[in-house]
Design a binder for this molecule. Structure first.
Ligand code: HEM
Length: 124
């Protein structure tokens, strides 16, 4: 093994390529959806338990916290589906080169930002 290997421990100088950001976002949104599902299942259960339960969930979802949860969950699902479709296409042997992989990652991230704004406006 070479004694003088390149070492870079200064994390501030490391720049992530779009494909790396896309990969991290895919995992983060997947984990976020797992936790969001706990809330969704709880909200469903409470809302069908009684008329008061329904009114409570309705009031919660009409408030700021409810809207942030709803928009965040929909945004995470949107990114995860877009990223999942990109993965499926890559599994079929496309966009595997450095340039095309980074371009498809940029397109997915761009589409996600646009769709999140649309979802945010629709749900607010
Ligand atoms: C509630 C629904 C879902 C949850 C909770 C979920 C959760 C996750 C999590 C936590 C991961 C990360 C695994 C890892 O990085 O180790 C993952 C990966 C993945 N998900 Fe989902 N997912 C959901 C729906 C979907 C959907 C609808 C699609 C397809 C459009 C999809 C496609 C994928 C793919 C392709 C990967 C692998 C990515 C990779 O190889 O890096 N998922 N999912």
């Amino acid at each position: 093994m070479k004694k003088q290997r390149p070492v870079n421990l200064d994390l501030n100088t490391i720049k992530f390529p779009p494909s790396a950001i896309s990969s991290i976002l895919h995992r983060v949104t997947g984990v976020a959806m797992f936790f969001a599902l706990l809330f969704v299942i709880w909200a469903w259960a409470v809302s069908v338990s009684s008329p008061e339960g329904f009114a409570n969930v309705q009031a919660l979802m009409d408030g700021l916290i409810g809207k942030i949860i709803a928009i965040g969950t929909a945004s995470a699902l949107t990114y995860h589906i877009l990223g999942g479709i990109r993965h499926g296409i890559m599994d079929m042997g496309h966009w595997e080169e450095l340039e095309s992989g980074n371009l498809s990652a940029q397109v997915v991230i761009g589409l996600w930002v646009v769709l999140t704004v649309v979802i945010g406006v629709a749900l607010w």
